[in-house]
Structure formats: C-alpha cells, structure tokens
Design a protein around this ligand. Structure first.
Ligand code: ADP
Ligand code: MG
Length: 341
C-alpha cells in the first residue's frame, strides 16, 4: 500500500501536507480536509471554512442549541418570529439562500418549498415529540405552506411572512449554501486541493494532489457503511438525501424528514437521491426536490438541467442515473441494486 501511495504522489508532492478537522455544526459532522504546502496557510484556511459553516448555521437554524441558543437570534428565527407582523431586515446570505430556493420552488412546481416549517413541526422534526399527526393537523399546517406567499425584497434586504404561524425551514438548502461559501473561502486562501463532507453534502475542490479526481462513495441506503457506487469528482458538489438520515418509526412504518408539500406527508417514491452539480446550494436543493418528485418526474426534470447529474434509488432497489453522470460512476454491485434506463 505504501509503495502504491508513493508512486501515486510522485516526487513533486513530497512537501504537501494534509490538514484536516471535524466539528459538529448544523446538526451534522462537518469534515474538512485541505492539502497544501504551507502549514500556516492551511490551518488558517481550515479555520475560515469552519467559521463560514458556523455563521450560516447561526443565520438559518430554527432550533439553536448550545452556544447558538445563547447568542442573538439569527435571521430565520427573526423572520419566523415576525410572521404576520412585519418584514425583517436580514443578511445578504439569507436573501441569497431564499432567492435560490424560490427559483427552484417555481421550477419544481413547489416540490421544494421553504415554507414547510409548520409541517415539520407537526411531525416533530427539529423539536418536540415525534408522532404521526392527525389529518386535520396536517391540513391546518398545510394551509400555511406556500412559497409564493414569501415576500423577499433584495433591494431593501427584508423578508416577510405575511400570515401568523408561517415559518421558514431552510434545512434542505442551508448546508449546501454554507458549503459553497466555505469553498469560496478556501479558494480565496489559495487552496488547490480540498474535500469537505457535511453529512452527505460533499464538495471536491480541485483534484487530489496526484491530479486524479477525488473519489466519493454513494452510500447504500439500506446498509449503513456500505457503498452502492463510487463517484469521481472535481470542482463539484455531490449531495445525498435519504429516508434514513432523520426518521422515527411507529407501528413498523418509517416516517422520515422529507415531506411532499402537496400532501404534508413523507415522499415515498424514492429512498435516496444524489445530485452532482457545480453549486452545492443547487445540489442540496435538488436532492430534496427530486426526492419529492420521485423517479419519473424527477428524472425528466433533472435531465433538462444543464450541468446537473443525479442518481435516484427507489424502494424497489432500482437505480436511475442521468446520462451525463455514467462516466463518473463505478457501481460496486453490492446490495442487489439494479440500474435502469
Ligand atoms: P439532510 O438535511 O439530511 O441533508 P435534505 O437536504 O434532504 O437532508 O433536507 C431535508 C430537510 O429539508 C428537512 O429536515 C426539512 O428541514 C427540509 N424539507 C423537508 N421537506 C422539504 C421540502 N419538500 N422542501 C423544502 N425543504 C424540505
Ligand atoms: Mg437538500
């Protein structure tokens, strides 16, 4: 192994060093690995990247814990707290996250909807007790879910939810946005090789030091720790959503955290989606959106999006892959998955 590794590195990379760190932010383990020659620069870049994740967490978190809970409320808490009352002045980051989300909400006919907050609360995701809500509870909450009602004014830098009880939940996009901003910070610090993994949201900056693309495993959604395929990545993001990341079980049924806004209930036509794109924000939004759209509508939607690839896995273990992504994928053959199309 050592011999192979050395042969792969070559002479010129002998002075390269690996700086890695992990911190628990945004309810997930954020792992950042940077590889560069200069120790001081590498450590500084690493710290800046973690700072970005913490900043976006503060802006977007609906249920702050620990240090966040004692600091001043972030934008999403302020927006939700002022629903039906008044517009709230927010940071440029928050406006950007909302605008991008709204763009995809329109494109997907509301499959992605950041006003999903009241429904998430119903099911007890985020806080409270997790249980299956009665249909009346769901329809009451659903009446508050509609991305078209969000009034975001980029000129004034304000956001307003016009009805009391409405609430934003940026859980389907915030990690991706934080990722893009962290990558920007790493690039500005001169980093040429880095890999970030934030709970299924991955970004490969540049190549590995040996010039080869980074390789990232796509998890087996039904066997923790196994992988279905290996994805080659360079200067792009791969974001995975699954029905096993946050869920509870009641009477043998799994209730997970990706909700179809048209029903207020779990989207069930897929069990895992992976989206590859240059922007982690887009990939994050789309992994959630495709999960809701399901294999048929999801594939026809994503095949039309330039520069975007997807791997969709259904409950029947059938795997759909966009044509442009095939060359970047190596299937392991594990787990009995079958590629269709
Ligand atoms: P993870 O947070 O595990 O990475 P996702 O990116 O798929 O997974 O995001 C799921 C989160 O997105 C949920 O916890 C919730 O906050 C939010 N969400 C759930 N359903 C939707 C939806 N239809 N549209 C927008 N956001 C959603
Ligand atoms: Mg997402």
């Amino acid at each position: 192994f050592v011999l192979i590794a050395c042969a792969g590195c070559g002479q010129k990379s002998t002075s390269l060093q690996d700086f890695s760190g992990e911190e628990f932010i945004m309810n997930t383990l954020v792992r950042i690995q940077v590889i560069c020659e200069d120790e001081e620069k590498g450590r500084k870049a690493l710290k800046q990247a973690f700072d970005v994740f913490r900043k976006i967490d503060h802006l977007t978190n609906r249920f702050p814990e620990g240090e966040l809970a004692t600091s001043s409320p972030g934008d999403v808490l302020n927006i939700n707290g002022s629903a039906g009352l008044k517009p709230v002045k927010v940071s440029v980051d928050t406006v950007r996250i909302i605008q991008r989300s709204q763009y995809y909400a329109r494109l997907t006919g509301g499959a992605f909807d950041i006003t999903i907050g009241p429904i998430m609360d119903n099911w007890g995701f985020g806080k409270g007790i997790q249980y299956v809500p009665a249909d009346e509870e769901i329809s009451r909450a659903l009446s508050l879910v509609d991305y078209r009602k969000v009034e975001a004014d980029p000129g004034k830098g304000t956001v307003f939810l016009p009805e009391p009880g409405m609430s934003l939940d940026l859980g389907g996009v915030a990690k991706g946005y934080a990722m893009d901003e962290a990558v920007k910070a790493l690039r500005e610090a001169g980093m040429k090789h880095a890999l970030i993994n934030a709970g299924g949201c991955v970004y490969a900056l540049g190549t590995r030091p040996d010039g080869e693309p980074w390789r990232v495993g796509i998890q087996d959604p039904r066997s923790n720790g196994d992988i279905v395929a290996i994805l080659s990545l360079k200067d792009s993001a791969a974001v995975t959503s699954g029905d096993y990341q946050r869920y509870f079980e009641q009477e043998g049924v799994r209730y997970h955290h990706i909700i179809d806004p048209s029903t207020g209930k779990q989207a069930r036509d897929l069990i895992q989606t992976t989206v590859v794109a240059e922007s982690a924000t887009d990939a994050d939004i789309l992994s959630t959106a495709l999960f809701v759209l399901g294999p048929r509508r999801g594939m026809s939607f994503v095949e039309d999006l330039p520069g975007t690839g997807a791997v969709l896995i259904g409950p029947d273990k059938l795997v759909s892959v966009t044509a442009g992504l095939i060359d970047q994928l190596t299937f392991t053959g594990n787990g009995g998955y079958q590629i269709v199309g």
